[in-house]
Write a protein that binds this ligand. Structure first.
Ligand code: DAH
Length: 356
């Protein structure tokens, strides 16, 4: 029994890792281990012998077990020691700089415009970018044969062979949201609808996807004078300076009468300054909502009337922030985004004057 004891105490002391400890446990005190074999011999002994050998064997078993757990704990301590020695971090090192992204000028200007109109009681409405031709054209008093359909360079979706429904279109303007909003909420109504629009066109001032804000106000006593006041108020707030406007009579199928609106500007070394000089720059279309359009939206034109307008957001951003080429807006060039982008905390407010 002493040999057994010396053998295992020695082996345990030399064990290199937890797996070796486990092997030794099985060999020594496991169910079929050496100590268990000795226990079985107890049966062949006389009661007197058994009284001596029984406790001795139990004591041996206990001794081996405690040697095993002591060694196991020692190995775990050593492993932890080793990790603490090798895995360390110098928390005094300087951090890695991460550049913050910027707010795109289109998003910024959309927020600015929304804030100004919200202050005048306009809520924000939205509609789908993939439209039926009814919402994009017919309901806006642009019937199938109307030249405006061809002029708009519309993108049509593909229909499967044999599917004879008219194709959907990528909306060419935000005006269909007028109809959707009239249907949804009825009159009176006072909304703006910012969003993406699409036309097959590409040069320095045109991209196939661009942005508009539609405005719509309908009530029982709305006139062209209200339209003029709202727009003048808007331009002054947006550009942060008094801006003269010029309303030129013009034709849009969805309004009668219709007007294009120019703002006062000055050209200086190839760039444009708003609110000075005596040149004019066209920035939006507007007018009194056509009775056909009110009817299409489910509103009685004998009871209600109103005005509508559509502004190009991209154009406004170019004018306000001196951005010369529209195409760069959508190139995702990081140098451009860092130059023209806005800090995320630099959000427009009316009391902040909207300008940075
Ligand atoms: N939808 C027109 C366009 O995209 C812009 C427009 C003109 C909107 C007159 C209007 C409006 O609401 O009254 O060219």
């Amino acid at each position: 029994m002493d040999d057994l004891r010396d053998k295992y105490i020695g082996l345990i002391a030399d064990a290199a890792d937890e797996a070796a400890i486990e092997d030794l446990r099985v060999q020594a005190v496991g169910k079929k281990g050496e100590v268990a074999l000795k226990m079985r011999e107890l049966g062949k002994m006389t009661p007197e012998e058994r009284q001596i050998m029984g406790p001795k064997l139990n004591a041996l078993k206990d001794e081996i077990n405690s040697a095993l757990s002591a060694k196991k704990a020692a190995l775990a301590d050593a492993a932890l020691e080793e990790r603490l020695r090798t895995e360390w971090l110098d928390v005094t090192l300087p951090g890695r700089g991460r550049r913050q992204g910027t707010i795109h000028p289109i998003s910024q200007v959309t927020e600015e415009v929304t804030a100004i109109f919200a202050d005048m009681g306009f809520a924000v409405a939205e509609g789908p970018q993939i439209e039926t031709d009814w919402y994009n054209f017919d309901a806006l008093n642009i019937p199938g044969h109307h030249p405006a359909r061809a002029e708009m360079d519309t993108f049509y979706t593909h229909r499967a062979e044999g599917d004879n429904r008219p194709p959907h279109v990528l909306r060419t303007h935000t005006s269909p949201v007028q109809i959707r909003s009239m249907e949804k909420q009825g009159a009176p109504i006072r909304i703006i609808c910012p969003g993406r629009v699409y036309r097959a066109d590409y040069d320095q001032t045109h991209t196939p996807m661009f942005h508009q804000i539609e405005g719509l106000a309908i009530d029982k006593d709305i006139s062209m004078a209200n339209l003029k006041w709202v727009l003048e108020e808007f331009f002054t707030a947006f550009f942060g300076t008094e801006v003269k406007t010029r309303f030129r009579s013009s034709h849009f199928p969805f309004v009668e009468p219709g007007a294009e609106v120019d703002i006062q500007c000055k050209w200086e070394n190839g760039s444009v300054k708003v609110g000075e000089g005596d040149d004019w720059l066209e920035v939006l279309g507007s007018g009194m909502v056509h009775p056909h359009v009110l009817k299409a939206g489910g509103i009685d034109p004998d009871e209600y009337q109103g005005f509508a307008f559509g502004i190009g957001i991209d154009r406004l951003a170019m004018l306000k922030y001196g951005i010369p080429d529209l195409r760069a807006f959508f190139d995702s060039d990081l140098r451009w985004l860092r130059h023209y982008g806005f800090a995320s905390l630099d959000q427009p407010t009316l009391h902040g004057g909207l300008v940075r």
